[in-house]
Design a protein around this ligand. Structure first.
Ligand SMILES: Cc1cc2nc3c(=O)[nH]c(=O)nc-3n(C[C@H](O)[C@H](O)[C@H](O)COP(=O)(O)O)c2cc1C
Length: 284
């Protein structure tokens, strides 16, 4: 022990013999410190790149669901056709209360400034809370809105499923759907990513004559002979619970506690009129 202390004083613990416990613990501690500095440094340096990639991925999903693909153009070039807007969920009106480019409805759902807690009877998508402002993405065809893209999320069997739904300008006909993040089982609930199944949503109708969202994923397959086929989507084989989760999230986000008031304005032509008014003001 005396010899160890002398060695430590002379040249640090590196001069201690390799089987010395002080040296072993010291080297291990130094190595841990070094690794944590490298890992946290890398995380800090890469953070802006990760944020940029996430944003690019989000834009790419919005373009996919809107049916805009062009291998010769970058995502940012294509995204110039999309106009982000913010909707006040309660009134269904467009608002400038927050910035349409940077506001993130998904993040805002966990921010006390924007969060609305949902009670049990409202929370059919099992999400507990939502943002009072919603992101909407408008695909323009000149002065007219040709498609409306809305974010959707809800619980499946194992996880919260995140996606986008694209509607035609009537606010009633589905143009496309995509899910970009979920933890459902590959081959079962994970089939929400199946392109063929997603394509089967195109042309389906969201709401009944009373404006209530009735489009749902059924158990089994839909044929042209199925009564109300325009409101029904094929069930995912062996994944009824995920399928029910998808039905529930559609019912919630297209319903009166979420985008329902906005869709009502779209269907009555008021939302289009207010976009045109904004456009003319911007031009003027
Ligand atoms: C390992 C495992 C993973 C499963 N993953 C899913 C899933 O992701 N989504 C789902 O709805 N059901 C999943 N199931 C099946 C459900 O437990 C349940 O049996 C199924 O949803 C019933 O659907 P069906 O009536 O179409 O068979 C899984 C079952 C097992 C054993």
């Amino acid at each position: 022990m005396k010899m160890n202390m002398n060695m430590l004083r002379q040249g640090g613990f590196f001069h201690l013999p390799n089987d010395n416990i002080v040296k072993t613990i010291g080297v291990a501690t130094l190595l841990c410190l070094l690794c944590s500095v490298v890992v946290s440094g890398a995380a800090t340096i890469l953070k802006p790149q990760q944020v940029a990639n996430k944003l690019l991925d989000k834009k790419s999903n919005i373009l996919t669901v809107a049916g805009i693909v062009d291998a010769n153009k970058t995502v940012d070039e294509l995204f110039t056709q999309i106009e982000p807007r913010i909707v006040d969920m309660a009134s269904g009106e467009y608002t400038d209360a927050v910035d349409a480019i940077t506001f993130d409805q998904r993040k805002a759902a966990n921010d006390t400034e924007y969060r609305i807690d949902l009670d049990k009877s409202q929370d059919i998508a099992s999400i507990r809370g939502m943002s009072k402002y919603g992101n909407v993405y408008l695909l323009r065809d000149g002065n007219e809105v040709s498609k409306i893209i809305l974010p959707i999320k809800g619980y499946g069997l194992w996880s919260t499923m995140y996606g986008f739904i694209a509607l035609e300008s009537d606010g009633q006909t589905v143009s496309g759907i995509t899910f970009y993040e979920h933890g459902e089982t590959p081959g079962l609930g994970g089939e929400i990513e199946n392109e063929k199944w997603q394509a089967s949503w195109s042309g389906k109708q969201l709401s009944n004559a009373q404006g209530e969202p009735v489009l749902s994923v059924i158990k089994g397959n839909v044929s042209s002979a199925t009564p109300g086929a325009e409101y029904k989507i094929d069930g995912l084989a062996g994944a009824t619970l995920t399928s029910n989760g998808v039905s529930n999230l559609i019912k919630f986000w297209m319903g009166k506690n979420a985008f329902g008031p906005y869709l009502e304005r779209v269907r009555s032509g008021k939302a289009q009129a207010s976009v045109n008014k904004l456009l003319n003001t911007e031009k003027g």
